[in-house]
Design a protein around this ligand. Structure first.
Ligand code: FE
Length: 207
């Protein structure tokens, strides 16, 4: 590509994607959720296969999509986005969820609507699975503006903290969560300790 950053011009929403298998609820953050037809009322999402929620949806064919707003707190992204449902119960100690008619949870804080969806088709995309789903139920929760990924980057994600503690050290910022790495170089196999994204999601901080 002449400029790989051309991809940044695409606009995305942000969602908490939830699923339930057996007695276990989990969820993750996705930015790929769009309505594709109105009759029938269908959406599509793509989910990284490394997400625990991905496997739950593949097996159960059901998910809820809670639409994040500009008022969503960064802690929501930390809770649902920066840890794995394989390791922790993401709903532990979390009071801001409601169980919808399909038996799944929807997030009711920092969100303006939820949709309950039933998978009708899947496509294997390699790293991700694409799910096409019928919207079977839904409700509006608030009139706050839906958050875009650009809004998250500009206004929800913490800004890089003060200049480097040690003068002369270079710094890289995780473009996903805002974590700062300090050092001479950023190792190519570096994994963000907060959100688990790779070195390719870091960019140099201009001090
Ligand atoms: Fe990160």
């Amino acid at each position: 590509m002449k400029d790989p950053k051309a991809m940044y011009a695409l606009s995305y929403g942000l969602f908490v994607l939830t699923a339930r298998r057996g007695e276990k609820d989990s969820g993750c953050i996705i930015n790929t959720g769009i309505q594709v037809t109105s009759q029938p009322n269908r959406v599509l999402i793509t989910v990284n296969k490394s997400n625990f929620t991905h496997d739950m949806i593949l097996e159960t064919g059901a998910f809820n999509l809670s639409v994040l707003t500009e008022k969503a707190d960064f802690s929501l992204f930390q809770r649902f986005g920066f840890q794995s449902g394989r390791d922790v119960d993401k709903f532990q100690g979390f009071a801001h969820a409601t169980r919808t008619e399909n038996g799944l949870l929807a997030v009711t804080e920092g969100t303006n609507a939820w949709l309950s969806c039933k998978v009708v088709s899947t496509m294997d995309l390699g790293t991700h699975t694409l799910f096409v789903a019928d919207v079977v139920e839904g409700d509006t929760l608030s009139r706050e503006n839906s958050a875009t990924y650009a809004y998250y980057q500009a206004s929800i994600k913490p800004r890089p903290a003060a200049p480097a503690a040690e003068p002369g050290k270079k710094r890289w910022v995780c473009t996903v969560c805002g974590y700062i790495y300090e050092g001479e170089t950023l190792p190519v196999d570096f994994i963000c300790p907060i959100c688990k994204h790779p070195a390719s999601d870091f960019e140099p901080v201009a001090d």
